[in-house]
Design a protein around this ligand. Sequence first.
Ligand SMILES: CC(C)(COP(=O)(O)OP(=O)(O)OC[C@H]1O[C@@H](n2cnc3c(N)ncnc32)[C@H](O)[C@@H]1OP(=O)(O)O)[C@@H](O)C(=O)NCCC(=O)NCCS
Length: 449
Amino acid sequence: MNKTPDTNEHVEWFRNSAPYIHAHRGKTVVVLFGGEAVENDCFPHLINDIALLGSLGVRLVLVHGARPQIERQLETLDIKTRFVDGLRITTTDAMPGVEQAAGQVRMTIESQLSMGLPNTPMAYASVRVVSGNFVTAQPYGIRDGIDYCQTGNVRNVDAEAIEKQLNLGNVVLASPIGYSPTGEIFNLRAEDVATDIAIALHADKLIFVMETVGVINDRGELLHQLNLPQAEQWSRNHGQSNKKISKQEVRDTQSHLDNAAQACRGGVRRVHLISRNIDGALLLELYTRDGVGTLVTADYYEGLRTATIDDIGGILELIMPLEKQGALVKRSREQLELDIRNFTVIERDGMIIACAALFCFEHEKACELACLAVHPDYQEHGRGNELMQHIEWQARKQHMDEMYTLTTQTMHWFLERGFVESNPDDLPMKKKELYNYQRKSKVLRKHLE
Ligand SMILES: CC(C)(COP(=O)(O)OP(=O)(O)OC[C@H]1O[C@@H](n2cnc3c(N)ncnc32)[C@H](O)[C@@H]1OP(=O)(O)O)[C@@H](O)C(=O)NCCC(=O)NCCS
């Protein structure tokens, strides 16, 4: 088959995105971005990407902030406001400035989403945007003797009205503004509006487009995934001691993580924190394998982690019945102790319910996925898949090109996940020497791109 290098690359890229396109179609996604993003030169790119998500069948609710615009508007009106714990006290005389700024930002977004000039990424996009009184607010009230005046919090989200708009194929746009049954207008935190909408809609995803670089550890490395306890822990301790980002960035990250944790506790299974400073971050996060941000998941009781010596008892309990059935090759406790750092486990409520191991043969750039097992009570919920993907990710990180696995009873499971049949002669040298011909295991291979 003839292919030009360009076509190759394009077609490959498109094909690799296909599983993600299928997976996200029909899913409800709430995206929050700040007022800073709206006035950035790259905002048209974000708008193009949002329009593309809509075309790919994602049901979208957009929530915008308006902090810099409010700041400027109040300056123009010569009105000073005070912040307490990061929250603006919106006095009655400041409220018109807040309304003007929020209204302007909303109109800017609506106008950008209405573009459709030929020869631009928005050509034929025809995005229909709907805003409205979806959020009921109440006063934040008087706390520690401080009256927050027209600053409010979300009292209720009209999920049914939003759903109706999404079902019509419309994009819903919400401002950081809410109305009360008494007819008053309140200034809300955009992050809270997004979180409460995501919870009320049982959204599949909540995405925070952040101002900061992302959630990073003490060494300045981006954290790709956090479960709920880890997110809470970062917020509690890790943040304060983090020297790699400024105090302001720590506070921003903490506040986003707090909202992410709240969303997870409210039933949103996945919250993504991505940086506005990466062009195309939204597309990269949703349509590529590794993404570019931090995923906070709701797996409160369940966590995937590297095994430690304390897990040996749990792993043995899990794999021994499978060894007896002949599904797994027998491993002694001593061997397991030696190999324990190669194992990844999924722990649920203190019990090891799944495991898998990775053995790398560096010279041959080949590795083995071994001892993949999920407790029978917990099978068929994607855990096997999750473990395999994690092991693959580890292998790629170690620059492995080929991944092998040996199986007696699960050949089709692997074939359906990109492995192809191979033979014992192809195995890495050390593994070949140990191949047990009596066991007649099938050798399967997957090329890691
Ligand atoms: C293979 C195994 C790890 C899968 O774990 P899991 O958490 O159930 O996997 P997932 O939830 O990601 O996948 C479930 C899917 O695989 C299918 N499946 C399960 N066992 C299978 C098998 N032996 N052959 C083919 N497909 C199988 C299920 O029917 C289900 O299909 P569906 O999505 O169409 O409903 C688990 O069945 C297991 O522990 N088996 C025994 C140990 C073993 O054989 N390990 C492999 C050798 S290293």
